[in-house]
Write a protein of this length. Structure first.
Length: 380
């Protein structure tokens, strides 16, 4: 049996009540690891859904904290042609009304007005909502399941009795079936059958989770820059403070400044979406970094090469258009649910037997700090 603490239902509920998203994410990540270890102690040293959730939650923390993402957006917009075009056109408009501003001042005004860093904040807020949403539902049910295992009897049945019938996003049939599958993994001695049942359970929870997360993923990728009216007001305040009446035509709706602002906002939105997509479509695992926009690499475990379980085969056929190869598994658009599930299906299958994924997400000092409610030192 593992010596890792097992989160109780009360502990899970306390984490969910925590309002500060950065500290909450750290506690969620640690709790996922502890639930993963508790299930692995009974089901064998292979990756269950909580194992993958540990690393996904840790990655989410990078976006929630936002520091690196804000710098990445700033750097990505530094030489953007949209910013350069807006600067050039603003210079022309200012000269036409008898005002002059040097290029550095115009660049600063444009970047401040477009406020791209706010997109990083909004992306972090959307990811934090998704992180909590999944843990509040699935982490809670895993804690119930682990507690029920300790009581003996039909643990999966007791969990299922409290779940809502129907498919996701509103129903929880996939969760009920998944916990029944974990029960079979624990009870089955045959290695190949255990592996198939574990993959099936992991995929069912993955499909439920990703269906539920669709709004938050879309919101994170579409994190908007400021509205054109707000951008225009900021530019005017920065470039023409206290402008006299003769400059009002510069400010009028439908004037040349509106065209500059709209082009700027449209361009910055496109560029920020590209940066956010690249940032969100990266996953750090113990074996290295995965780019979700590239095909999964690696060899499928032998016991999962040719699965025989009918329900597993049906689910794989549903989410994997190329069942005998990882080719085409790259998710070019992470907001597309079928693309996400194809990638996740290949990831779960290829890395299920990778024991390195069961490692702790934080070092001993960081773990102690998280449990004590302190912000850990070092790289997270």
């Amino acid at each position: 049996m593992t010596t890792t603490p097992v989160p109780t239902l009360a502990a899970v509920e306390a984490i969910c009540r925590q309002g500060e998203p950065v500290a909450r994410n750290l506690r969620i990540t640690q709790a996922y690891h502890e639930l993963s270890a508790a299930l692995a102690a009974r089901a064998g040293a292979a990756a269950n859904w909580c194992t993958f959730a540990t690393w996904a939650s840790k990655q989410a923390g990078q976006t929630i904290r936002g520091h690196d993402l804000a710098r990445t957006i700033e750097a990505g917009l530094g030489g953007a042609e949209e910013v350069g075009a807006a600067v050039a056109r603003l210079g022309e408009l200012l000269r036409a009304v008898g005002r002059v501003a040097d290029r550095s001042a115009l660049v600063a005004a444009v970047r401040e007005a477009a406020s791209p860093v706010r997109a990083a904040e909004r992306a972090g807020e959307a990811v934090a909502r998704g992180n909590l949403k999944v843990f509040e539902e699935i982490g809670h049910q895993f804690a119930r399941f682990v507690a029920a295992l300790g009581e003996g009897g039909d643990a999966a049945g007791r969990v299922a009795s409290g779940l809502r019938p129907g498919p996701p996003p509103d129903g929880q049939d996939l969760l009920a079936a998944a916990f029944a599958g974990y029960g079979r993994v624990i009870a089955t001695p045959a290695r190949d059958e255990r592996a198939e049942q574990l993959l099936l359970a992991n995929l069912r929870i993955g499909l439920h989770e990703q269906t539920r997360l669709q709004p938050e993923i879309t919101q994170a990728l579409d994190a908007p820059v400021a509205h054109p009216r707000e951008v225009k007001a900021r530019l005017l305040a920065r470039l023409l403070p206290g402008a006299p009446s003769r400059l009002r035509r510069f400010q009028d709706d439908g004037g040349p400044l509106d065209d500059v602002v709209q082009r700027l906002v449209d361009g910055v939105r496109r560029r920020v979406r590209e940066i956010l997509t690249e940032h969100l479509m990266t996953l750090e695992l113990p074996g290295g970094r995965l780019h979700l926009g590239r095909d999964i690499l690696g060899v499928c475990p032998p016991q999962l090469l040719d699965p025989r379980d009918r329900e597993l085969c049906e689910l794989l056929a549903r989410i994997d258009p190329v069942p005998d190869s990882t080719a085409g598994s790259a998710a070019r658009d992470w907001a597309d649910l079928p693309q996400r599930m194809h990638f996740i299906g290949e990831l779960f299958r290829a890395r299920q037997e990778d024991a390195s994924l069961l490692a702790a997400p934080f070092d001993a000092d960081q773990t102690r700090a998280i449990r004590e409610g302190r912000m850990p030192a070092g790289r997270l």
